[in-house]
Write a protein that binds this ligand. Structure first.
Ligand SMILES: NC(=O)c1ccc[n+]([C@@H]2O[C@H](COP(=O)([O-])OP(=O)(O)OC[C@H]3O[C@@H](n4cnc5c(N)ncnc54)[C@H](OP(=O)(O)O)[C@@H]3O)[C@@H](O)[C@H]2O)c1
Length: 260
């Protein structure tokens, strides 16, 4: 049966690639991001190519009350969401002493607050239907502290912890909860976050289509934790063996700018 999926941050990067895959399989979509023109263009393509229903919601998830607005708008139109993909997010590179607090608060609003409220609002309807799923996009950054991106790594640790706990609570409800933890991936994130010249991103990034292929396949299988790429599965296992301070130092060595 065809489903309805709501994807935040669907205007580009991982969110757009996931939208491509859901649409190709004939699912209906609700696309959320700030870039309305990009969403309208995408929606037009999906309708023409796959004959699916697509609703575009141009929303800024940093604003208070926006998640509630999205939920109410869909309720009024009797659109039931089967899959919620909380993908919108961004990072900020730099020493915490020098980074901009307003941007960091906006990051917490999108990466943590909006994700939590969206989950709170959409989950009860899925539970009633005893089907569906939530996928929260975390990161390999969720597994360790990240000097030079301290707030971003911490937001992703929240997402992973929250998602795994929720998965445990929802066992037996018929609803799946999934954390997607990509490593460095070639998307708009790289320039927006200012990480391009860090060793982390200079030493190789994953192609976004490969991330989306693994994510889409394993989300439909109801997997709890998806870490695309064998190398990233290995790296995220290291905190189990290394003392935390050494691990943090290792990450610092990778987040430094090339040449340092
Ligand atoms: N790329 C990586 O290396 C990487 C690695 C691990 C995890 N991730 C995570 O993957 C997720 C997707 O990022 P991406 O790599 O695909 O980056 P991206 O290409 O920059 O996409 C980010 C998406 O989030 C949306 N967004 C950002 N701020 C928003 C806001 N205030 N309100 C609504 N939408 C907003 C953007 O749309 P608009 O600008 O149109 O609003 C865009 O669609 C993020 O949660 C990111 O933290 C990325």
């Amino acid at each position: 049966m065809k489903k309805t999926v709501l994807i935040t941050g669907a205007s580009g990067g991982i969110g757009k690639e996931l939208a491509d895959r859901f649409a190709k399989d004939g699912n209906n979509m609700v696309l959320v991001a700030r870039s309305e023109a990009k969403l309208i263009e995408l929606a037009k393509g999906y309708r023409e190519r796959y004959g699916v229903h697509v609703k575009v919601l141009a929303k800024d998830l940093t604003l208070p009350g926006v998640a509630e607005e999205i939920y109410d708008e869909l309720k009024n139109e009797e659109i039931d969401v089967d899959y919620l993909v909380n993908n919108a997010g961004f990072g900020l590179y730099g020493s915490f002493l020098e980074t901009d607090l307003d941007q960091e608060m906006n990051m917490i609003d999108v990466n943590i607050k909006a994700l939590t409220i969206m989950t709170k609002l959409f989950l009860p309807d899925m539970i009633k239907q005893r089907q569906g799923g939530v996928m929260n996009v975390a990161s390999v950054a969720a597994f360790y502290p990240g000097p030079l991106m301290a707030v971003y790594f911490a937001t992703k640790a929240y997402v992973l912890s929250f998602t795994e706990a929720l998965e445990n609570e929802l066992t037996g409800t018929g609803v799946t909860v999934t954390a997607l933890c990509p490593g460095p991936t070639a998307t708009g994130f790289v320039d927006r976050s200012g990480v391009r010249s860090s060793k982390l991103y200079q030493s190789g990034v994953m192609e976004v289509g490969m991330v989306a292929d693994e994510a889409y396949r394993d989300l439909l299988r109801g997997k709890t934790l998806i870490i695309p790429g064998a190398i990233h599965r290995f790296i995220t296992s290291l905190p189990r063996f290394l003392p935390r301070k050494i691990m943090t130092g290792q990450i610092r060595a990778r987040t430094e700018h090339v040449g340092r």
